[in-house]
Design a binder for this molecule. Sequence first.
Ligand code: SF4
Length: 458
Amino acid sequence: MTLTEKLLARASGKAFVRPGDNVWVNADTLLTHDVCGPGTIGVFKREFGQNAKVWDRKRIVIIPDHYIFTADSLSNRNVDILRAFVKEQDLPYFYDVIDDPEGHWVFDAAKGQLKRQYGSSYAGVCHTALPEKGHARPGEILFGTDSHTCMAGAFNMFATGIGNTDAAFVVGTGKLLLKVPQTMRFFLEGELPVGVMAKDIILHVIGDIGFDGATYRAMQWDGPGAFSLNMDDRMTVANMAIEAGAKNGVFAADQKTFDYVDARIKRNGTRSEYTPVDPDPESEQSFVFDKKYDLSKLEPTVAQHPDPGNRALAKALDKVKVDRAYIGSCTGGKTSDFIAFAHVVKGKKVAVDTFGVPATPLVVEELRSTSIGGDSVWSILENSGVLLTENASCAACLGGPVDTFGRMNKPMVCISATNRNFPGRMGHKESKVYLASPYTVAASALTGHITDPREYLS
Ligand code: SF4
């Protein structure tokens, strides 16, 4: 069996499953956030009863992150709905925006967008915060009310996004009926050259197979090139499986996985036992697609407007002017992403409006405490002219209310380290978003047009 088949077989109590089988899968964790949580709660109460109890209070993780730093009162109220449910059900894993369990979240626009407005438990973008807070464990099943839930496949999990109705069913029963997907294998060899990042791998692959090229399939990452990637890089790759239409993306677990997971479980005191799923011998795995990619041959890559599969090399797009650059999101707002960005912009000034949104409060801390040549990453970005906010969140990655930090409120062209660029994704429906690595976003911010970052890196 492939990794995905083994994960689903174990979670459905079967010795063997094959693609196309419909199986009842037991969930290990259900993740939700401020946008879909209230809807999920509503369906749960309607179908299971006003006084119903969740299936397992320690397996529900609620991380508000999407429409947080906005004066939109209905968005603020969504966080209050989550808090009331958490109180009613006595749920231990709620990463509230505020510290007062009896309070109400209200964003104070008068304080501006840049200064921190959250309390001590706030966790930031759910997919980055989930492993950071010790909720990612190899061999487990994660359902989340968000399409980029697939990011946790980096940790040898079956992780997939589901809708509110399915999520409500999981909240009530702890299980879900799933069709076992076929598996596509992406076998990575070689090493990434200077100036090329994990983001370029996934943009290259999606360009290869198309934005629907993996529809309802598992994307299994394999080979020495996959294991050479650190966990941040694997998260970037797994995160964008859904941009090819995939059900999930998955890596085998290795020592890097265990070191990352164990350190965060220990730091947060979360459940420590887990059993990874190891790959079966090559001859026992059946792939519907199997292709080798030589990482050493990759170059800085861009997904052009209007979809993540519209691939071009950065060096071929130097005539494309940009009005804005953006670094942030679950995909591109990790500490390592900002460090890469800082290496390009250090000592230089950006030429266009450039917004920086750390994925989590921990990333904010790490950007302040990590130095390059004696300067903190935070100060390097600020000194280069980047508008950097402490308010870690999804921000303009998905547009959001009109006062969202970095949102494009008129037709513009943006180069972005985020993961999705369908029309209207970052605000105005006539805007154009080009997806790229943090290196390429930084180089393009310096020049005002799409720029191959290798000229800034040695
Ligand atoms: S940062 Fe963007 S892609 Fe990630 S969860 Fe938020 S809106 Fe979705």
